[in-house]
Design a protein. Sequence first.
Length: 248
Amino acid sequence: MLFDFDFIHVKEIDSTNNFALNYITKTNPKDGFCIFTDYQTAGKGQYGRQWESNSGQNLLCSIILKPSNLKIENLFELHVITSLAIFKTLNDLSIKELKIKWPNDIFVGNNKIAGILIQNVIRGTKLVSSIIGIGINVNQLQFNTNNLVSSIKNEIGNDIEIRPLLAILHKNLMYYNDILKNTIHDQLLKEYNDHLYNKNMEIQFKTKTDELRKGQLVGVNTIGQLIIYTVDKLLIFDFGEVDIIYVK
């Protein structure tokens, strides 16, 4: 049996995250339940950005986790384990120059190859469920976007079967999820920072005021803030507060 987890496959859907959010209001899926599709009509990434994908050529899924012991202030750890799971999945395919780009992307060189969108269900102060939306560019070769994008096939030259790839990705995510549940988390953040795109490099970045500045990217802290060292001080940014322009 290819999958050792519960799943639903839908040929076409607006978005797997939307489906998952609706699904958990009607039933009580197990930790690790997966929804995947061949095509999303309204796929989206962080901050409502569109996720472009041709039908049947890429891995598009949402995995439901139930990190009941995770504190609200530590939600970034879900980004950490998801990034590491994708990184390991792609690294095991011998894809070179892989990096984790804060906060939600995986890059190969300077090109995006995968993205993450996490949506949490919180009741009061308790985290009930987390929807881990993942898109990996697999067999698509061309993209109608101004952004730099790649795919597994672009990198290794071969077609990849999507369902076996999903099985490996799911196994890796649940592996890191078990670590998150059962051990000290510092090692996970260290591993994340070890693979961080542009770490220790001089970058240009733009803040909310559209001010263009230069600095050195230091890393990411325990609550998911990006740390940049400038000439006179350390700057700390939350999600959405800074855009990295390019590496000098």
